[in-house]
Design a protein around this ligand. Structure first.
Ligand SMILES: Nc1ncnc2c1ncn2[C@@H]1O[C@H](COP(=O)(O)OP(=O)(O)OP(=O)(O)O)[C@@H](O)[C@H]1O
Length: 247
């Protein structure tokens, strides 16, 4: 928490620190630098969308944010705290929950067993299951089914449920649309919009801008390892070229 200058005695005016911030972040795969000074700020309770064509650095940004990839320069902050160099395990302890490209669920485990993974943060399986099945009744019907035998949309519901089971401070969603039919993608983003309305902080990377812009509070356009523009979704929409963002 940061106290604002206008704070008056007896009338605290508290401004919550952003849940996640990157300042001048650089990252490389070996000798190849792919993030070349990324700045972004995700205020608490908002949806921040990172948009851009393939290879722009969206996934790498998400990997850095979740502690999976080290920075070579710059700062990563969680709730105002400089956590640069944090590991993925430490990041998850601090409430960073990531759904990677491809969903990251265990195909050869059942729905229920996949949800069990979220108990690592201390919540009881019964509570996680109850919340998951209330949100997605289909998952309840399929609780004993192997996750790999479900449809892509159902698998994404499972990935979301498992993530929510950890009560995340910030949810990182990478390319939710991958491998899903357009109608299912729309449904998934309706669900994400619902999570946002519940006040969950979300950083989402997406190649298909049109599906995510309606639920975003702020959007950023990422090209060549840099955020080249950031602002309200309507402003970013004007910047988008349907040729490289897939309409
Ligand atoms: N493991 C890796 N080793 C070397 N280069 C990589 C590796 N992963 C990604 N890159 C390169 O880093 C750059 C950024 O990739 P990144 O996956 O972050 O982009 P992206 O915007 O998420 O694109 P996509 O939507 O295709 O995943 C690309 O040029 C890519 O080829």
């Amino acid at each position: 928490m940061t106290l604002t200058q206008s704070q008056a005695p007896g009338a605290p005016d508290l401004v919550e620190d952003p849940v996640l911030e990157m300042v001048g972040v650089r990252a490389a795969y070996g000798a190849i630098e792919v993030l070349k000074g990324v700045d972004l700020t995700v205020p608490a309770g908002t949806v921040f969308a990172v948009l851009g064509p393939n290879g722009g650095g969206k996934t790498t940004t998400m990997r850095v944010a979740s502690g999976l990839m080290p920075t070579t320069a710059g700062e990563l902050r969680l709730s105002g705290r400089n956590v640069t160099g944090i590991t993925a395990t430490e990041a998850s302890r601090l409430g960073v929950c990531s759904i990677p490209e491809g969903r990251g669920i265990f195909a050869n485990l059942t729905v229920r067993e996949n949800l069990w993974v979220a108990t690592g943060t201390g919540t009881r399986l019964e509570a996680i299951e109850e919340a998951a099945y209330a949100r997605f009744p289909k998952l309840g019907e399929r609780r004993h089914q192997l996750a790999g035998s479900m449809s892509g949309g159902e698998q994404q519901m499972l990935a979301l449920s498992r993530a929510l089971g950890t009560d995340p401070a910030v949810l990182l969603l990478d390319e939710l649309s991958m491998g899903l039919a357009p109608m299912i993608v729309s449904q998934m983003y309706d669900i994400v919009g619902g999570l946002a309305a519940e006040g969950i902080s979300i950083l989402v990377a997406e190649q298909f801008a049109r599906v995510v812009l309606p639920i975003a509070d702020t959007a950023a356009l990422m090209l060549g390892g840099r955020v080249v523009k950031v602002g309200p979704p309507a402003d970013i929409e004007d910047e988008l070229s349907t040729t490289y963002l897939g309409g």
